[in-house]
Ligand binder design. Sequence first.
Ligand code: TMP
Ligand code: ASP
Length: 237
Amino acid sequence: MEKRNQLYEGKAKKVFATDDPEYYIVSYKDDATAFNGLKKGTIAGKGVINNRMSNRLMKRLEAAGIPTHFVEELSERDTLVRKVKIVPLEVIVRNISAGSFSKRYGIDEGIAFDEPTVEFSYKNDALGDPLLSEDHIQALKLATKDEVALIRKYALAIDKFLTAFWKDCGVTLVDFKLEFGKTSDGTIILADEISPDTCRLWDSATGEKLDKDRFRRDLGGVEDAYAEVMKRLMAHE
Ligand code: TMP
Ligand code: ASP
């Protein structure tokens, strides 16, 4: 499929039209931001790793019955995806306390929950992605009740699958963020990416952080951490 004009440039990816109105091409960048764009930087090679990792994970999720936007990896950084309209929700699943959860509720990081939690925030940079209750989603007409129920079901199924997958790689899946989209016929599918930018991944043996928190918190070794999780994923295949 032919890459046409650029439609959108996000913080970590660009989106291009193709010659088929039902498909887009996403192109992964090395740019990294944190704290709603306040912190900016580059993680060398990140785009290549995130593209490959996200595609491999989505392929597995498809096989496990979760519909995704993934169609075909075109190059190191470019992937053909189904065109969707993004549902403006950041869907966050947590297995272990960390990040904003620990900060908001004043608890240490690293406390395992009995059951995973699902939370939603409003995907709106101007407002700083505020947390939403399920009633708020209805009030703001961001998604219907049925759509929220389906998204929640998919999010928990994805958590179950990815937790087991990463465990086999010696990696603990602490939490992650998903985005869903709607195809032209209204079907909800998983979109965006699944990568160390959007997941907290801790080495199961040492607890070492192998994700974007190394960039957010200036821990150093960012590129090495991304390369390490990619290596573990490839070794699993
Ligand atoms: P949080 O603890 O900062 O709310 O983050 C929860 C998870 O969501 C974590 O794995 C990082 C991911 N995340 C994103 O992918 N994008 C974002 O903008 C934020 C704030 C978090
Ligand atoms: N990428 C997000 C931003 O800059 C934040 C993050 O992942 O921490 O807003």
